[in-house]
Design a protein around this ligand. Structure first.
Ligand SMILES: Cc1cc2nc3c(=O)[nH]c(=O)nc-3n(C[C@H](O)[C@H](O)[C@H](O)COP(=O)(O)OP(=O)(O)OC[C@H]3O[C@@H](n4cnc5c(N)ncnc54)[C@H](O)[C@@H]3O)c2cc1C
Length: 369
């Protein structure tokens, strides 16, 4: 079995395939696990799956304290808040550093599978019994099944299903996130959001770190070079230089170095995540967007559901794949719909009317986000 991508979807899929007795290889384009980024939410079915993986205690031991979420106006007055101050031990929802979760998953299986870093798939040729895979170093090997777990801009999706962008649902904006050391811009274990029409600035304070986040709406996709980090920083300055609140200090932090996350706000919406002996898991097949706050959990749920289906249909991968897709799709669509409607309107109101409506709902406490 071949898995492309060594992040949450890929590592969790590899874990289950290995446990079901298959021989597994992961191919990862980076030269090590790709680290960084904001903490990952662990909740609901993810907790059940991590329990079945025997990892829930290790994950829980690294849980971050609960974080309150406040919406602020330009004078730093609170408009309203969401999130509880509950004890994480009693709470069925908590966060963990992205890197801690990667390490926990990787450490549990790295000596039981082959992991090929700095490699990716160049070509997939499906025969009746096997998929013949050509790697970027020219090697060629046959696999019974191939799992595309290679994220929002999935290479496997492109190779097996055609041009990646036909499945991209652009949500009308861009998102920047940089993690910096604690810089005293907000109290511990708080998130704060400041919005004006079409733009939002966000701070997350946790542990010894602060996330500097910016989101902005655009009419269509903008033309930028994803390798040109200076250009991406300029885009943030262009959209935010005139704003008050804590934005000037945040912009100064954003300028530090090139280690940040910048991407369009998008979802992956496909009519089917399966093609022959190839299946997609996580962001590759059904990215829910950062606005859902659920990408890591969804990847782990996807891998768990796939494993259940393979276990239920031994020797019949086609039936297993169908069960995986039919069972998971309604949940994916519900999460995507919520992110594209309530999530977007809450975090990044498009205009004065949407902003006023959000603030009214915050003031009255009628938020179901
Ligand atoms: C470094 C990083 C930082 C992130 N930070 C944030 C954040 O701050 N906020 C947020 O909301 N979301 C962030 N995300 C996205 C979020 O982690 C995902 O939504 C979620 O983890 C879904 O997991 P996934 O495994 O499906 O995809 P991802 O976590 O995106 O993992 C995909 C993996 O596939 C690998 N890959 C890509 N192309 C190839 C290829 N051609 N061949 C082999 N491997 C390939 C990547 O290197 C990566 O390891 C980040 C993702 C990454 C990789």
């Amino acid at each position: 079995m071949l898995v492309s991508g060594a992040s949450f979807a890929g590592l969790a899929t590899a874990y289950w395939l290995n446990r079901l007795g298959y021989s597994v290889t992961i191919v990862e384009t980076a030269n090590e696990l790709r680290r960084g980024g904001t903490p990952v939410d662990i909740e609901g079915e993810t907790i059940d799956i991590l329990t079945r993986m025997g990892l829930v205690d290790a994950v829980h031991a690294k849980a971050l304290p609960p974080r309150g979420f406040e919406f602020k106006d330009a004078d730093d007055a609170a408009l309203g808040s969401i999130g509880s101050g509950a004890d994480p031990a009693a709470n069925e929802r908590y966060e963990i550093h992205r890197d801690d979760l990667l390490d926990i998953l990787f450490d549990t299986l790295s000596d039981q599978i082959d992991v090929l870093f700095s490699q990716s798939i160049d070509q997939l040729d499906e025969g009746s019994d096997l998929v013949s895979v050509t790697f970027n170093n020219g090697d060629r090997r046959d696999y019974a099944l191939v799992f595309g777990c290679d994220g929002n801009r999935s290479n496997t999706r492109k190779l097996a299903f055609g041009d990646g962008d036909q499945f991209t649902y652009f949500m009308g904006g861009y998102f920047f996130l940089k993690v910096v050391p604690q810089i005293g811009l907000l109290p511990a274990n708080k998130s704060q959001v400041f919005s004006v029409p079409g733009r939002m600035a966000m701070l997350n304070g946790y542990d010894d770190r602060t996330d500097i986040g910016f989101g902005f709406r655009t009419d269509g996709e903008i033309d930028y070079d994803y390798r040109d980090r200076a250009q991406q920083r300029r885009l943030i300055h262009d959209h935010f230089h005139a704003l008050g609140w804590k934005v000037p200090a945040m912009l100064a932090c954003a300028d530090g170095d090139d280690d940040f996350y910048f991407d369009r706000l998008n979802q992956i919406r496909m009519p089917c995540w399966l093609r022959g002996r190839v299946a997609l898991v996580g962001d590759a097949g059904y990215c829910v967007s950062p606005l859902a706050g659920f990408g890591g959990s969804m990847a782990i749920i996807g891998a768990g559901r796939l494993a259940d289906a393979l276990e239920r249909h031994p020797g019949d991968y086609a039936a297993a794949f169908r069960q995986y897709e039919v069972g998971l799709r309604p949940f994916v669509e519900e999460v995507q719909e919520r992110a594209a409607t309530t999530g977007l309107a809450m975090m990044l109101p498009a205009d004065e009317i949407e902003l006023a409506e959000r603030d009214r709902r915050l003031a009255t406490g009628e938020i179901d986000f």
